[in-house]
Design a binder for this molecule. Sequence first.
Ligand code: PHB
Length: 396
Amino acid sequence: MTHTPVAIIGAGPAGLTLSHLLHQHGVESVIFESRSRQDVEETVRAGVLEQGVINMMRQTGVSERMDAHADIDDAIDISINGSRTRIDLKELTGHQMAVWAQHEYLTDFIAKRLADGGTIFFETQVDDADGYDGDKVVIDYTTADGRHEQMTADYVVAADGSKSPYRGPILEQDGAVRSRHEYPYAWFGILVNGPQTQKELIYATHEEGFALISTRSKDVQRYYLQCDPNDTVDQWSDERIWEQLHKRVDGEGLTVQEGEIFDKSVLKFRSAVTDPMQRGRLFLAGDAAHTVPPTGAKGLNLAVADVSVLAPGLVRAIKRGDNDLLDNYSAIAVPRIWRAQHFSYWMSSMLHSVPEQGYFQHRRRLAELEAMISSEAGRRYQAEQYVGIDLPKFEV
Ligand code: PHB
């Protein structure tokens, strides 16, 4: 039977970044991914990288395409009924952000892993991971051509997204919790062939609801509109979309640039945190452990933060038999996750309109937003949360 030091389930941001960081320290791993490479490289998700993630990509040789093609921005705009305030992230924090879509990030890391001789099994289903309470993990899997195989591993990391079945055994432990929050709104996301409305992102609030102007390139734009969680794609005609985007964003000489809409989807808003994120030789990373709503785009960044603790923890354990960092993985990762939850919740609740909450809450919400953007301390607080705290750094 083949053996790998670390079996990783899922080739998303958490799994690929973990495999890459382990390789940087001479520890090999195998990634099992149920979807095809093409599917992983084409699925549309959010797209903001924090400065810490940009730095990690640059320092470990994965930034070439991002540096050449991503919009690296100094600021975001907050718009209230068409009146915009610039939050100068660079001036307020010294940090920038990159608008680089998650599927581009995954494309970069898949190419880098393969170029470095890494193993990614696509279209391969993990049927069972067992033995994590003992001294060796056994992975049962079905290959792309339908063969049943087994592999042993020292550790298994479930980085298989928000529906991960591996939370189950973790939540069976005494004191383990899964904490959740639902939101009364969702986002309607579109991709557009057309010119940029503005290089820097615009987070807009308006009586009719939130809107976000983001970008993918000079010719492809990403726009979002607040919608009802039960809305379906066919309720949003192109005409309705443009009417609502203009209404919610236009103003002070800026007009949302129209184009051909070639993708429409509804994004659910959810928060969830699993604590702890480990049991024996089994670890959760990224969305398998926690979910954040898309406002502020913290999901990928949090996944990278998780594995920035997990990777050195695994390296120390495998190379030196030192388990201290690995044992403390959840204790180190979970507080940062709660801070990201708070930020995403706070941004979401300040920017979305919920008429059912009544006039008092509506005016209080706008007053909070106005108090924040009209104070330098407020803008700085917002900017610090937005660019993110530095990634955890541990010697191996
Ligand atoms: C995106 O470009 O998809 C995006 C940007 C900022 C967000 C969320 C999503 O807060």
